[in-house]
Design a binder for this molecule. Structure first.
Ligand SMILES: *Cc1c(COP(=O)(O)O)cnc(C)c1O
Length: 364
């Protein structure tokens, strides 16, 4: 039988889906440009330029049980996370990145036709997982200053049915702005689940993880990818009300967190001083990058509370700017959505990376 005939076996909604635009992997790009991988300045995915704690490498080398399936409950990791967050371990679930928990939450709440409120511009996975799971996305655009349009959210929730989840992000990716306490409190009054994504909270401070204890409709998501430099090992976690957690555990793959990820996350939590110093360096560097970008008359950066800076490109083409930097081994993120027309997002690197970036920008 031909693949043309067999193609009808694919779920029609997935058959019709636009293909994923693959990113050029780091090592492939290094080959293509003839620049050694360690000399590429990768500021396009909000990764941590300092990498993991040295204890992570030691712990991974010392681990001897790689032939045994990992603990489905991630017991030791959840205990350590309880120390780190101050929240009882019975409220914590670990995941294969925060991304896995976003997918699981949508599967838990969204039946075909149910809706998720998304507040773009924001992280893309809320939309991706909702659509993949047969849910409806209701986009409520952020205001000019990237704050949430609370009145519009309230109005939509009050006038529609089957809205189950609202995703909010603080600091928000890509602008780095925060969601204030009063706004969050207002959103928690709504009859839906509020998922607060705190992937970048270590760069900002002021986690609302403990609010989960007082709000049966709040979930807080966190990750080791950004502050702890473990993006490649995929470890995230969520703080959940007990009633949600008990259902979530029914649909979680038992071995979702692999042993390397759990080992690395535990080693990270045992080396907080070191990792927090790196976070402080990044926060300091963020201010230097912001001031440096402001010097260019073709860039208008927005103040950020995360480890990246969004900037509007003025009077020149952002895509071309990104391409020129890439040719010189500097990778930044470019957006071409209507709302982020001609914007770029630059992750905060090391001081020497910032220097090279600013120097290169001055030649373009
Ligand atoms: C990077 C990012 C994540 C992904 O976290 P992982 O733990 O790496 O899956 C989640 N949310 C936001 C807003 C992010 O920017």
């Amino acid at each position: 039988m031909s693949s043309e005939t067999l193609k009808n076996l694919i779920r029609p909604d997935i058959a019709d889906m636009a293909p994923y635009t693959p990113i050029v992997p780091f090592d492939v790009l290094s080959q293509r440009l003839g620049i050694p991988a360690e000399d590429i300045i990768k500021l396009d995915a909000n990764e941590n330029p300092y990498g993991p704690s040295p204890r992570v490498y030691q712990a991974l080398a010392d681990e001897t049980y790689y032939h045994i399936y990992p603990d489905p409950d991630s017991t030791l990791l959840r205990q350590a996370l309880s120390q780190y967050t101050g929240i009882d371990a019975t409220h914590i679930v670990a995941g294969h990145g925060a991304d896995e928990l976003i997918d699981l939450l949508i599967r838990l709440f969204i039946a075909p036709g149910d809706a998720v409120i998304n507040c773009p511009p924001t992280f893309g996975m809320y939309r991706f997982d909702t659509e993949l799971n047969g849910g409806r996305i209701i986009d409520i655009e952020r205001k000019e200053d990237f704050s949430l349009d609370i009145e519009k959210i309230v109005e939509i929730v009050n006038s529609s049915s089957n809205i189950k989840i609202l995703f909010v992000t603080s600091p928000n990716n890509p602008d780095g702005g925060m969601l204030g306490d009063a706004c969050l409190r207002q959103l928690l009054q709504l009859p839906l689940i509020v998922v607060l994504d705190e992937a970048y909270i270590e760069f900002a401070g002021g986690s609302r993880a403990d609010w989960v204890l007082e709000h049966e409709n709040l979930i807080v998501l966190r990750t080791f990818s950004k502050w702890a430099g473990l993006a490649g090992l995929r470890v995230g976690y969520g703080i959940f009300p007990h009633w949600i957690l008990s259902h979530l555990l029914k649909i979680k793959q038992p071995y979702n967190v692999n042993l390397a990820g759990a080992t690395a996350a535990l080693a990270s939590l045992s080396d907080l001083c070191h990792l927090q110093e790196n976070v402080e360096k990044i926060v300091e560097e963020r201010e230097r990058l912001y001031q440096g970008l402001r010097e260019f008359d073709f860039l208008e950066p927005y103040p950020s509370h995360a480890n990246f800076i969004l900037a509007r490109v003025i009077n020149r083409d952002a895509a071309a700017l990104k391409a020129m930097l890439a040719e010189r081994g500097i990778l930044i993120r470019y957006f071409d959505t209507p709302r982020l027309h001609n914007h770029v997002r630059i992750s905060v690197g090391t001081p020497s990376q910032t220097s090279v970036l600013l120097k290169t920008l001055s030649t373009l």
